[in-house]
Design a protein around this ligand. Structure first.
Ligand SMILES: *Cc1c(COP(=O)(O)O)cnc(C)c1O
Length: 399
């Protein structure tokens, strides 16, 4: 088996490791899929923003730069990571709120249909939102139950689709198993049944190549604090396909999405195009750090990011086979790298305690109920050595 040192030495992207801020106390950071590290550039950008932008420009900053930022940064996210032409991506609220807005938008666009397809392994916020919206709008949820190391398959979705399906809501990469759905194929079969599709890209954006325009996707949303390293609570993005924008209306009709916010007119009049999906004043501070990560991803290209990601997860699975499978640890992610995002989940009944112990040693994966440790391998900031250190510490923790 190739060693971590050899893999790091052969890694064409190893020079990027140093573009991220690090402290010595953390010896293996394996949770970049929950919260990416700050880039060094962001550490500087955040500090200088306070004095040079906010402190100096004051309210003038809105006219000069900030008002357009949600769409400018949205276009960058679209171009660098989503395969989306300009004018289809906005940065705004939390993922949860954007998902709410887009789910409601889609249901209103299919008023004669009353079913929504979702899977039981989707992220909690997606499931909870859908329960609430179904109750609010008198719709029914059709649940798909994936295998424990996989996600909703084309066959399962084809079976659930019908003339009543309004919307399919799925994660592109499953937050627990790491299963990478075939978004293009699923979008196609949903469209053949007359349904709309909303992809949750939280665990794929910035780690897996995405081609929303080419795949014909209607709607998408995703986090920016995971593989886009936007910092804790940085605002999410939403994608609305160009051809839908002027006929779709979103439910949180705020002043920032109107045709002329500073007219302060008597009634809501949605702006043309993607701006109508914005509701209130956006977090300008929240949009700073993600811009630095987008610069790095653009330099490398998503194909390069994905190649490193596959090597990292392959290495994690190899180490799992050698060190952990003999100790009754179970792989809860797909074995086929083509069907896997950038994290690997492994299950064992003692992992809640093992994970807590790792955190005291500066080894930081995360624990996911009921018994999983997720090894999140953010491609540009994670070394092969960190993967090995992490898996060896888990092995030692099982003694
Ligand atoms: C992380 C994540 C979210 C988080 O939503 P927030 O509103 O940012 O808390 C939603 N969906 C998926 C699939 C996620 O992985």
């Amino acid at each position: 088996m190739t060693t971590a040192a050899e893999l790091d030495a052969a890694d064409p992207l190893s020079g990027y490791l140093d573009k991220f801020y690090r402290t010595e106390e953390v010896v293996a950071y394996l949770d970049g899929n929950s919260l990416g590290r700050p880039t060094r550039a962001s550490v500087e950008r955040l500090a200088s923003f306070a004095t040079e932008q906010w402190g100096s420009r004051l309210i003038r900053g809105w006219d000069e730069q900030w008002y357009d930022l949600p769409l400018k940064v949205g276009d960058r996210v679209g171009a660098v990571t989503l395969g989306a032409a300009a004018g289809q991506v906005f940065i705004g609220d939390s993922t949860t709120v954007i998902l709410y807005k887009l789910i409601r938008t889609a249901l209103d666009a299919r008023p004669d249909r009353d079913e929504i397809i979702v899977d039981t392994d989707n992220f909690p916020t997606d499931r909870y939102l859908l329960e609430g919206i179904a109750a609010e709008r008198g719709k029914k949820l059709r649940w798909i139950t994936p295998e424990h190391d996989a996600g909703a398959t084309e066959a399962q979705i084809a079976q659930a689709l019908g003339p009543k399906t309004a919307l399919v809501v799925l994660s592109h990469v499953a937050y627990r198993s790491g299963y990478l759905a075939d978004a293009e194929a699923i979008t196609k079969i949903a469209h053949e049944a007359g349904a709309l599709v909303l992809w949750d890209l939280c665990h794929s954006v910035g780690s897996v190549p995405i081609s929303l325009d080419e795949w014909g996707v209607d709607l998408a949303a995703g986090c920016t604090y995971k593989y886009l390293n936007g910092g804790p609570g940085s605002p999410a993005f939403g994608y609305v396909r160009k051809e839908h924008q002027d006929s779709f209306r979103q439910p949180i009709q705020g002043w920032m999405g109107t045709s002329n916010p500073f007219e302060m007119g008597p009634a809501y009049e949605p702006h043309d195009g993607i701006r109508r999906f914005i509701s209130g004043t956006p977090s300008v501070i929240g949009m700073l750090a993600m811009q630095d990560m987008l610069d790095l991803i653009e330099e490398v290209g998503m194909a390069g990011v994905r190649a490193k990601s596959e090597k990292l997860t392959e290495f994690a699975v190899e180490l799992f086979d050698k060190l952990l499978a003999p100790k009754s640890v179970v792989l809860a992610s797909p074995r086929d790298p083509a069907r896997r995002g950038s994290h690997v989940t492994i299950d064992h009944d003692s992992f809640a305690e093992v994970n807590a112990k790792l955190w005291t040693q500066g080894i930081i994966p995360d624990f996911r109920r009921p018994n999983g440790i997720r090894l999140g391998l953010s491609p540009l900031s994670t070394s092969f050595q960190e993967v090995e250190t992490g898996v060896r510490a888990i092995e030692a923790g099982l003694q």
